[in-house]
Design a binder for this molecule. Structure first.
Ligand SMILES: C[C@](O)(CO)[C@H](O)COP(=O)(O)OP(=O)(O)OC[C@H]1O[C@@H](n2ccc(N)nc2=O)[C@H](O)[C@@H]1O
Ligand SMILES: Nc1ncnc2c1ncn2[C@@H]1O[C@H](COP(=O)(O)OP(=O)(O)OP(=O)(O)O)[C@@H](O)[C@H]1O
Length: 305
């Protein structure tokens, strides 16, 4: 069987990231608000005689091209669950999402690979079954399929879509070196233990969800909150300079995205975002500066390039 399919998948940021205590299974209970942003990875899956994986674009040198790549693991898991007789494919990934940046780039590639492979093999896998496979691959993978804005709980994989109105405009500042997600969670545990804190379960950010539903950027800005931020700053102290530079450049609010080190700055509108991005580009704090908007839809099929 020959053929190919391509999926386009957005990056995410966490508008709120509440982190509970470390659980026995090694994960933390989360209460998070995901927002899909207009930075995309395109994942093409082609029927092939032998396995191959190529990566182009942002950060390609840091991405594995063997079967360890999350997109390859996604295709293998889907093939196993669906009983696909000949699951050999060639995977091509075109990256805009920063690698190890806290924007769920690898998760986006896994979600894209699931959607594209399901199309290639003409599977009638139910959306819920695809979401379950996604959750096995990583806590952020289901949201990459869903997109929009959603409340995430448990490990972050249990999702409830949330109402949202209008678009929020962001400046995204990519750091020169990445951060490992487990290392950042571990650093948070270390900081909390050092302070002798008893960590309560994470609370649902109702005020933020109302602000997102209203579409009022000035209501959203003061409610942005990331409990992993102190840990990311502890591991990369230079990020403080980036956050200060964003505030000075005129952003309404800024925060570390997920486990970092990418920083996201909320701006009044698209024009303000372009001005803040221009200011930050000249600042020397970053590897690259982008503008993006969101919420945008989750993974979707697009024409094969
Ligand atoms: C930081 C976030 O991006 C916020 O959305 C996610 O929590 C990370 O999601 P992810 O990269 O898909 O993470 P996974 O691949 O599921 O887990 C990687 C590692 O991150 C830590 N981890 C992840 C999710 C979670 N709720 N608690 C954790 O402690 C664990 O050490 C885990 O072994
Ligand atoms: N398809 C992929 N794209 C990027 N990284 C991948 C991929 N597959 C595996 N990896 C590995 O996973 C690590 C984390 O990369 P990723 O870009 O997913 O980080 P992240 O965006 O910080 O993740 P998250 O926000 O979900 O915590 C990388 O260092 C890389 O070695």
């Amino acid at each position: 069987m020959m053929g190919a399919a391509t999926a386009r998948v957005p990056a995410k940021i966490n508008l709120h990231l509440g982190v509970g205590p470390l659980r026995e299974d090694g994960y933390h209970e989360l209460s998070t608000v995901f927002c899909a942003l207009s930075l995309y990875d395109d994942v093409t899956v082609r029927a092939a005689e032998e396995f191959s994986l190529t990566v182009r674009g942002e950060g390609r040198r840091e991405v594995p091209t063997d079967r360890e790549n999350l997109a390859a693991r996604a295709v293998a898991l889907l093939a196993e669950r669906a009983g696909v007789a000949d699951p050999t494919v060639a995977i091509e990934i075109e990256k805009q999402i920063p690698v190890a940046g806290g924007m769920a780039g690898g998760s986006a590639d896994a979600a894209g690979a699931l959607l594209a492979a399901a199309r290639l093999w003409r599977l009638d896998t139910e959306r819920d079954a695809l979401m379950e496979i996604a959750a096995e691959l990583g806590s952020d993978v289901p949201f990459a399929l869903l997109g929009g804005a959603a409340l995430g709980s448990n490990r972050g994989e249990q999702l409830l879509p949330t109402l949202h109105r209008g678009e929020l405009h962001w400046v995204i500042v990519l750091a020169k070196t990445g951060l490992s997600t487990p290392a950042v969670y571990h650093e948070l545990d270390r900081l909390r233990t050092g302070r002798g804190e008893t960590v309560p379960p994470p609370a649902r950010p109702d005020a933020l969800m109302q602000a997102i539903a209203s579409g009022d950027v000035h209501a959203v800005a003061p409610l942005l909150h990331n409990e992993l931020q102190p840990a990311a700053l502890s591991l990369q102290p230079l990020l403080r300079r980036t956050l200060r530079a964003g505030a000075e450049a005129g952003a309404l609010a800024g925060l570390v995205s997920g486990s970092g080190p990418t920083c996201a700055f909320l701006c009044t509108d698209a024009e303000a975002a372009v001005a803040v991005a221009a200011e930050l580009s000249g600042h020397g704090v970053a590897k690259a500066v982008r503008t993006a908007h969101g919420p945008v839809p989750g993974a979707r099929l697009v024409p094969v390039p």
